[in-house]
Design a protein around this ligand. Structure first.
Ligand code: ATP
Length: 275
């Protein structure tokens, strides 16, 4: 797998093995169909619920290299497509991660795509409809995406505001897949597999997650994710008491507000007891 900050260059490495992914509701099959039909995919869901792992898993399963770009508010179309760089007195064209993915027939995953600057949609549109082309204005090329190329984007509707939203003309080019935190049984398996926790510990943490996710009177931007449960479990497995691990990995990760932290800590103590 090859992670990209949008600026460096290099060939994507072949994915060596299929990363563990616990399926939630038939999404693997849906991904395969979208890939076969050469349709781009939009994943939406809260942070830490498994979107990135899902794409890594599917890329490996389909035997495609994966190029991931974490989008941010300075990311421009040129960062994705490429630019001329000056070196040794020469001007040399440098493909960006999107152009590399198109040329090599890779899966290109644009994480938090709504963060990117608006000019990026201009390059995504012709790639995301039946034309499947990437025009590179600066070199005069028109890259036709090979069958192995797939565009996958994600965003978190929880962070959405009026300024950062996908236009209908962009959204409607994608097959959309909504993610949420896994059901308890699946989440227990994930926590065990990802942290080495035993069944008892995993069940206790999943129970805690359920209690925290049901809190409605706290002003949290987002609630405890599967990622945070895995981190807490890892700290416990390495020897920290459960309540300490949950305070640092979950409570303090979710809020900076002391009253809210206190309320969350009360839930931790109520569910886990004084271990
Ligand atoms: N279905 C799953 N199968 C396996 N691991 C999972 C699953 N869901 C969550 N995880 C665990 O949670 C961690 C976070 O998941 P991931 O990075 O895929 O979240 P994400 O939805 O992409 O988050 P973000 O929106 O912040 O990028 C993973 O590293 C993995 O340990």
């Amino acid at each position: 797998m090859y992670h990209d900050d949008g600026l460096s260059s290099g060939a994507p490495a072949a994915a060596p093995e299929v990363p563990f992914y616990a399926e939630q509701a038939g999404e693997c099959r849906l991904f395969e169909h979208a890939f076969q039909q050469r349709l781009p995919l939009l994943l939406k869901g809260p942070t830490g619920c498994g979107k990135t792992r899902f794409v890594e898993h599917m890329a490996a399963r389909l035997g495609r290299p994966l190029i991931t770009v974490s989008c941010h508010d300075d990311l421009t179309a040129a960062d994705l497509v490429g630019r001329y760089l000056i070196g040794d007195g020469n001007t040399v064209w440098n493909d960006g991660p999107l152009a590399r993915a198109v040329r090599s027939g890779a899966i290109c995953y644009l994480d938090e795509v709504v963060e990117a600057r608006k000019d990026t949609t201009v390059v995504l549109h012709p790639l995301a409809d039946d034309r499947r082309v990437l025009p590179i204005e600066r070199t005069g090329e028109l890259l036709q995406a090979p069958p192995g190329f797939m565009l996958v984007v994600s965003y978190n509707p929880g962070y959405q505001n009026l300024l950062k939203n996908l236009k209908p003309s962009t959204r409607q080019r994608f097959v959309a897949l909504a993610f949420d935190y896994p059901v308890a049984e699946v989440e227990r398996r994930i926590v065990m597999a990802e942290s080495g926790a035993d069944e008892r510990l995993a069940m206790r943490l999943v129970k805690l997650a359920s209690a925290l996710r049901h809190l409605t009177d706290q002003d949290l931007e987002e609630t405890v994710s599967t990622r945070l449960l895995v981190v807490a479990a890892r700290l416990v497995v390495s020897g920290l008491p459960e309540t300490v691990a949950c305070r640092t990995a979950i409570v303090d990760a979710l809020t900076d507000d002391t009253d809210t932290a206190e309320a969350l800590n009360d839930v931790v103590l109520a569910v886990l007891g004084d271990d």
